[in-house]
Design a protein around this ligand. Structure first.
Ligand code: FMN
Length: 468
């Protein structure tokens, strides 16, 4: 079968550049809505992606690539971006890169190899700019992908010390059959505040035939028109924008920038719709607020701990609450999938997010018959004051009633934890495995409070700690 790799054209395109933490689903969808033609994901590391299990999430209408060891979402995508999303991979190995390519090739429009990251983590792993000093390895990776994948393959590089070296490298890479090459016009030791070198891109573009995507112009991109000014300085027809889009993604909007608070509100709505993690949402909103973090609203924002609290500041608290409840009722349990043995097999590709497959009993820590158990998850967001935390309530109850101090013993499995709370001669534990020890202790305290009648089951159902 001949493969049509021309479906995604890189000619004449305005692109959202790959950005760690920024380029997750809500931001990519917003960039597309405001006029970007193609959106790159944040860099995803091959070793992580290889382990990922693909799940169709019917509740959110997304395809999720889940880390089976802790239930976290490594990559979430959806139909709306299917023909426009390029997954960027951090890799140093052709076989691993291909394995990832095979996992995602039906869900993304293209695969890009990061050869421009100068961070220590990347270089130590032989990834990012390290590949620029190992061109044979880089060529092997690109060629393997081009020869074996149905989707177009690209790479993103930085310029080399001389223009001639850069032209030679791009010529070598182009010969592998890649569909385009992104060039960040700074050298590996140059930082974002340094002047870019659009003239180098111009020289490369004149010397080679492959589509070149110019990058590195955000210092001089304040408006939509500036995007084209920079593109023209580089003498190419496609450009990718990072920092200017991180600051205000409406940079892609022909009619001009929208006020940042309006953009944040739209972004937050998408975060709710796609159940984006609070930490990622907060990071992106913080990038958009920039110096506005010093305003009264900005200061309130910095104190937020949950998506609901962030949404409240932009009048979306009610929307967030209702949506989260709706998703929970429909079975988007998110973190609830996290339990030892909840590792889906390959045969579960089309299962909903709530499916669980347990490892053989012997591989998970056994429960003891003398432990009172309940499946309760601890959600930090449910407790505003420290004094209302389950452990604090139990501690106060213990001191008032001279019962002795509750003790907590941690059990660990893979990267998950649960605690056994010993109190007044009895032991309590949740069967829900938490991602950290503190939450595990709070979870076991909740089970204890429930058994002692100090907390109502209906309350725990209402706040999502117990599933109906
Ligand atoms: C927050 C942030 C995260 C980034 N993450 C990545 C990444 O994952 N992969 C990558 O190739 N470049 C990454 N970059 C670099 C950008 O893609 C881009 O090359 C650089 O910022 C220069 O473009 P600009 O002038 O438009 O910002 C990142 C940049 C920023 C600001």
């Amino acid at each position: 079968m001949t493969v049509d790799k021309t479906k995604l054209s890189y000619r004449n395109k305005i692109i959202l550049a790959p950005m760690v933490r920024v380029g997750t689903l809500p931001m990519r969808l917003l960039a597309l809505e405001y006029g970007a033609d193609i959106v790159y994901t944040e860099e995803l590391i091959d070793l992580k992606m290889i382990k990922a299990k693909r799940r169709i999430n019917d509740v959110l209408g997304t395809i999720d690539f889940v880390d089976p060891s802790d239930g976290s979402i490594i990559f979430r995508t959806c139909d709306k971006e299917k023909d426009k999303v390029v997954l960027q991979l951090g890799t140093s190995d052709a076989e691993r890169a291909l394995a990832v390519g095979k996992i995602v090739e039906h869900d993304v429009a293209g695969l890009d190899i990061n050869m421009g990251c100068p961070k220590e983590f990347s270089i130590k792993g032989g990834m990012g700019v390290a590949l620029l000093s190992k061109p044979d390895k880089a060529v092997e990776i690109l060629k393997t992908l081009v020869d074996n994948l149905k989707i177009p393959v690209t790479c993103k590089i930085r310029i080399l010390p001389t223009t001639e070296d850069t032209i030679n490298l791009v010529t070598k890479f182009a010969a592998t059959g890649i569909a385009a090459i992104g060039i960040h016009c700074r050298r590996k030791d140059e930082r974002p505040q340094h002047q870019p070198h659009p003239n180098v891109i111009k020289a490369v573009a004149q010397a080679v035939d492959i589509p070149i995507i110019a990058n590195g112009g955000s210092r001089e991109i304040d408006t939509y028109r500036d995007i084209f000014k920079f593109r023209d300085r580089c003498g190419v027809d496609s450009i990718m924008v990072a920092r200017a889009a991180q600051l205000n993604v409406t940079i892609f909007r022909k009619e001009g920038l929208l006020p940042i608070f309006d953009v944040i509100k739209k972004y937050l709505k998408l975060c709710v719709d796609y159940d984006n993690p609070q930490s990622n949402t907060k990071y992106c909103v913080q990038s958009m607020l920039k110096e506005l973090q010093e305003t009264p609203l900005g200061k309130k924002f910095l104190l937020t701990q949950t998506l609901h609290q962030i949404c409240n500041l932009w009048d979306l608290g009610d929307y967030c609450y209702k949506k989260q409840l709706e998703y929970q009722e429909k079975g988007n349990f998110g973190r609830r999938e996290v339990c030892p043995g909840a590792i889906p097999g390959d045969d579960e590709e089309t299962d909903g997010p709530q499916s669980k497959k347990h490892k053989p009993e012997s591989e998970t820590p056994a429960s003891s018959p003398d432990i009172l158990e309940h499946n309760i998850a601890f959600y930090r967001a449910n407790y505003v004051e420290d004094t209302s935390l389950p452990k604090s309530i139990l501690h106060t109850f213990a001191s008032k009633n001279f019962k002795g101090v509750p003790k907590y013993e941690i059990q660990r499995f893979d990267k998950l934890f649960r605690a056994i709370c010993s109190f007044d001669g009895k032991k309590y534990a949740s069967t829900f495995w938490e991602k950290n020890k503190k939450y595990a202790e709070q979870g076991s305290a909740l089970v204890c409070l429930l058994n002692l009648g100090l907390i109502e089951e209906s309350e725990l159902i209402k706040n999502g700690s117990i599933l109906r």
